[in-house]
Structures are given as structure tokens and as C-alpha cells.
Ligand binder design. Structure first.
Ligand SMILES: Cc1cc2nc3c(=O)[nH]c(=O)nc-3n(C[C@H](O)[C@H](O)[C@H](O)COP(=O)(O)O)c2cc1C
Length: 230
């Protein structure tokens, strides 16, 4: 590979940039959001926004980005499924031995973000993360599908995979075990709960007068809110 781009590389780059500029956002009427009528606590607003995103047809509104950092402060982010959001916090599950699991063990702080294009809304949450014990983690997995159990039984998440055939073999074995033994232990599979310290609700606006409402938890445990410039 030389350092000079061939003409076709340049063409490809040009058409890629043209594509980026041609893509549209919020080609729809966005819902209003009046922060003055927002609840005192972010949880009911989050639940309302997720319901409204689902009703508006936002695909997979229960998926979110989870950002963690390693001991040196280097960030990493990935998509996860939200399992619940209640007074304890935002629940998700993964392998304790994965990269994110190791990062959370070293530094139990994380951030979540949700984006629901159908309603032009984003939610960002930041807080401390607690790992649930084995019984609660297994109970959470039990509420999910046999496929989810099989995937959890495969294990080794974020380790180097020597070949795809190896995954196929492990996945077949895990699928058979999950079908045969619905209570099979999935040792590293762990439920985590993020307790929000800060939650921001962003409502996109066609005139770019986006509303940003941020909730911050005080030392006394109450919530204070303020607006932010977009
Ligand atoms: C839509 C979607 C949902 C996902 N849900 C989960 C999940 O709930 N738990 C999980 O461990 N990985 C989930 N993944 C895979 C993660 O994004 C990631 O690849 C994996 O957890 C390894 O991350 P890590 O190496 O940073 O630990 C999901 C991926 C996608 C695209």
C-alpha cells in the first residue's frame, strides 16, 4: 500500500462524504417537551420516554450504549440491552470476565446513553455500578429465553477466538445444555445495577432549540434540575 491515494480511493472517499452530507435526521414531527412539567425524579420520565419511543416505532428502544473506563482512564463503549429501570437503578447483564466486567470491577462507574431517532430524544445517565450476587444474576437470566441462556453458557466473552468453528462447537454444546438443563449455572453471567448520579434528557427540536434537562442527585439524595445550553 502506497501513501498516495489512487483516483478510485479518492472517488470512494468523495462519495462517502457525499453520502454523509445527504443523510437526514429527524425527518418527522418531533414531540414537544416542556421541562417545567417534568417529574421531580428522572425515573418516571425515563420510563415515559422509553414507552413513547417504543410507541413511535423507534427500533429496539431498550438497547443502550454503556461506557466504562479502564484503570488508566481509557474509555470503551458498547451496546447492551436494558433489563429494567427501577428505584435501584438501570439494570443490565453481561459476563463479569468480559472487558467491561473487568473494567467495572476496577472502576465501578459507568455512563449509559439511549438514542431514539423516531422522537429525536437522547437520554444520558451516569453513576456508580453494583454487581448483583449470583442468585439474583441467575434469576434475571431465568426470566430470559433459552437462547439467552445458551449464549451466556458459551462464556469466554471478549477473549481471543482462535477460529469461528470453535464458536460453532461451543454454541452447539451450550444450546443443547440450555435445552436439557434450564437451571444450568452460568457462572460469569452477572446482573449489574447502575445507580444514577446524573441523568440528562435531550429533546431534539427542528429549529435546533433543543431542550436539555439535567437531573443531579444531591448529597442528601434529592434531585435538583437545571437546563443546559444545547
Ligand atoms: C443490540 C445489541 C445488544 C447487545 N446486548 C448485550 C447484552 O445485553 N449483554 C452483553 O454482554 N452483550 C451485549 N451485546 C454485545 C456487546 O455490545 C459487546 O460486544 C460485548 O458485551 C463485549 O463487550 P466488551 O468486550 O466491551 O466487554 C449486544 C450487542 C448489540 C449490538
Amino acid at each position: 500500500m502506497g501513501t498516495m491515494n489512487s483516483e478510485s480511493d479518492d472517488d470512494r472517499q468523495d462519495s462517502f462524504r457525499a453520502l454523509l452530507r445527504s443523510l437526514r435526521m429527524w425527518d418527522t414531527t418531533l414531540p414537544p417537551f416542556d421541562p417545567a412539567s417534568a417529574p421531580a425524579d428522572p425515573l418516571p420520565l425515563f420510563q415515559q420516554w422509553l414507552r413513547e419511543a417504543a410507541a413511535a416505532g423507534s427500533p429496539e428502544p431498550h438497547t443502550m450504549n454503556l461506557a466504562t473506563a479502564d484503570a488508566g482512564g481509557r474509555p470503551s463503549v458498547r451496546t447492551l440491552m436494558l433489563h429494567d429501570a427501577d428505584e435501584r437503578g438501570w439494570h443490565f447483564a453481561t459476563h463479569r470476565t468480559s472487558r467491561k466486567g473487568r473494567e467495572l470491577a476496577a472502576r465501578p462507574e459507568a455512563a449509559l446513553s439511549f438514542y431514539w431517532p423516531a422522537v429525536g430524544r437522547q437520554v444520558r445517565i451516569r453513576g456508580t455500578v453494583t454487581a448483583a450476587g449470583p442468585a439474583e444474576s441467575r434469576a434475571d437470566l431465568a426470566k430470559r429465553s433459552t437462547g439467552a441462556l445458551a449464549a451466556a453458557l458459551v462464556g469466554h466473552q471478549s477473549e481471543t477466538l482462535p477460529s469461528y468453528e470453535e464458536l460453532e462447537r461451543a454454541s452447539d454444546a451450550a444450546g443443547e445444555r440450555a435445552a436439557r438443563e434450564p437451571a444450568a449455572p452460568a457462572d460469569s453471567w452477572t446482573l449489574y445495577v447502575l445507580r444514577a448520579e446524573e441523568a440528562e434528557f435531550f429533546q431534539g427540536d427542528a429549529r435546533r432549540r433543543h431542550v436539555r434537562l439535567v437531573y443531579r442527585r444531591t448529597a442528601e439524595g434529592a434531585w435538583v434540575t437545571e437546563l443546559l445550553w444545547p
